[in-house]
Design a protein around this ligand. Sequence first.
Ligand code: IPE
Ligand code: IPE
Ligand code: MG
Length: 246
Amino acid sequence: MKELIDLSNLPQHIAVIMDGNGRWAKRQGAARVFGHRNAIKAVREATEGCAELGIKHLTLYTFSTENWGRPKFEIDALMQLLVHTIRAEIPTLTENNVRLTTIGDTTSLPRACRAELEEAIQLTEGNTGLNLILALSYSGKWDIVEATKKLAQQVKNGTLTPDQIDEDLFNQALATEGIANVDLMIRTGGDHRISNFMLWQLAYAELYVINDVFWPDFRKPHLWEAILTYQGRERRFGKISEQLVK
Ligand code: IPE
Ligand code: IPE
Ligand code: MG
């Protein structure tokens, strides 16, 4: 199936809502945390798959602002898992020429988590392939509010006038500064919603929900299928079909 993908028409930026870990575990009578632990293989598959194809940016919704409202036990387990996984994955990331970055309010993460992240970011900084962006303690509304604060501060300092604020400038004030907006958004687990993910950046993304797969079961063929579906869609950006350059 991979060979059917048109390499000249790849999405530049793929974003994934990795959903369904808890239900995956529950289905087999296990605790939710078991699902999170089994999600790592899927993360690896998505990352490797994107790297293999030459996708530029992959954003993974790893922990949302709202997820802080989960039971403490689950949050602690997720943070611990994050620390261990990042440490263990650095060699594989480098092997695949993947650069790791994050978006979100990382100052709210436990110190150990932040330290691991900073180290991984530094160690992979020179990699020139896929840009893997972990959305951690992230939400779309948070991103927009932070961007607004930055711009307001510049207006206050006198380096910017309100008239100068346009979409380009706003784009640059977001956590995804310098990164193309999302072309393809994949959600596993069957829920048809955005869950406060990248609200601005998803404005014209093609949405692809996988109804019958929970995140721990996500594998490369699911990614190929999503990209093939994306390539079959007509992206009109408000225009009519006849205006598009084929
Ligand atoms: C996604 O799986 C992982 C995170 C949100 C951290 P869930 O934990 O939301 O699993 P479900 O949706 O409850 O099955
Ligand atoms: C979205 O999943 C957040 C992540 C995948 C990190 P949730 O499971 O938190 O979303 P809702 O609560 O079902 O909307
Ligand atoms: Mg969920």
